[in-house]
Design a protein around this ligand. Structure first.
Ligand code: OKP
Ligand code: ZN
Length: 341
């Protein structure tokens, strides 16, 4: 298992997250990557390398060019407007509104946001690019003939859509990696999202494409973020019809129900004919995660890795969520152990 990690994740260190009516210290913070890195090394995964310096060529195939320009310039625009705090969206294009991009930065940030939880700060873009580079370097490691890589991506990516940020995500690392595998010649690729939250960004990006299968296991969006996507009847459209699968599950879901969904998703991936799996790994399905409501145990994460490995495909794991508790590192290391078993 090659591990790809960049110190540049530390450039993303926001002070605010709009959470339950208060500005709190963000759940998605630098300690997460530090704890995960320490635990995977401790577990014996010591082949840790920095990412290669990739540009935005692959990202431009899964994100809109104007959106990427926005990400790269939003902080300087915010500062130029004279605002002293972090950049937070508070006004959004919704039903019966125009999709024209405002020139005003408050309008512009709202246009490109799918949630107000993600404050943008100096360095956030640079960290997001470093995170994307970890995923791309992992994809290249698989292309070189290896079967397993772990991109320790931070910030995460799976809520970032074609032209949307939010849910702590800016660039969809897993989507960029899947695109890279396609560009390297894989005819079909799957993105398997086991984060507690629905992978709305990944679904958005590939919804009309028949070459990338997307499956997500998550808290039912009628009860959980991201609320507006992730239902079981979302199956893809056009060329992509039948290539998106959602497994919304209720509060208190344990390994028994969760693993049945994973087995079904994996059989879909096999039937589809994927040549590789990009695993969007959030460990916020853990029983003591502070913002989620599933009940997986640390042992279950070993089982998870084994079950994914049983598909017999190369797996690029990209870090997504998992918050607050010291066990996030152990739980990630356990998935990697299971994948190698
Ligand atoms: C990102 B990932 C806490 C709840 C709402 C959005 C959660 C984003 C999760 N304020 N914030 O999928 O783990
Ligand atoms: Zn999550």
């Amino acid at each position: 298992m090659r591990v790809i990690y960049s110190e540049d994740h530390k450039l993303r260190d926001a002070k605010t997250e709009l959470h339950d009516g208060q500005l709190v210290t963000p759940f998605e913070a630098p300690f997460r990557a530090e704890w995960i890195l320490a635990a995977v090394k401790e577990a014996g995964f010591t082949d840790v390398v920095p990412p290669e310096t990739h540009g935005l060529e692959t990202a431009r195939k899964v994100h809109g060019p104007a959106y990427l320009d926005f990400l790269g310039t939003v902080w300087e625009r915010w500062v130029a407007a004279g605002y002293k705090g972090e950049a937070i969206a508070n006004s959004f294009p919704v039903r019966r509104t125009s999709q024209r991009v405002p020139e005003n930065i408050v309008g512009m940030i709202g246009h490109y946001a799918n949630a107000a939880d993600t404050s943008i700060t100096k360095g956030s873009y640079e960290a997001a690019v470093a995170s994307m580079r970890c995923a791309l370097t992992g994809a290249d490691w698989l292309h070189a003939g290896n079967r397993l890589a772990f991109a320790l991506c931070r910030p995460p990516g799976h809520h970032a859509g074609f032209d949307l940020f939010g849910g702590y995500c800016f660039i969809n690392n897993a989507a960029v990696a899947a695109q890279r595998l396609r560009d390297h010649g894989a005819k079909k690729v799957a993105v398997l999202d086991v984060d507690f939250h629905h992978g709305n960004g990944t679904q958005d990006i590939f919804y009309r494409r028949g070459d990338v299968f997307t499956a997500s296991l998550h808290g039912d969006p009628i009860h959980a973020f991201p609320y507006f996507l992730g239902h079981a009847d979302e199956e893809g459209e056009g060329e992509g019809l039948g290539t998106n699968r959602n497994y919304p599950m209720p509060r208190g879901t344990t390994w028994e129900q969760w693993s049945a969904a994973l087995a079904d998703a994996l059989s879909g991936i096999k039937d589809f004919g994927a040549e590789a799996i990009v695993l969007s790994l959030g460990v916020d399905t853990f029983e003591r995660d502070p913002i989620s409501f599933f009940k997986l145990t640390s042992e279950d994460f070993i089982r998870m890795g084994k079950l994914v490995a049983s598909a017999g495909l190369p797996v690029l794991t990209c870090m997504e969520g998992g918050y607050g508790v010291p066990e996030i590192g152990l739980n990630v290391a356990n998935v990697l152990k299971g994948l190698e078993a």
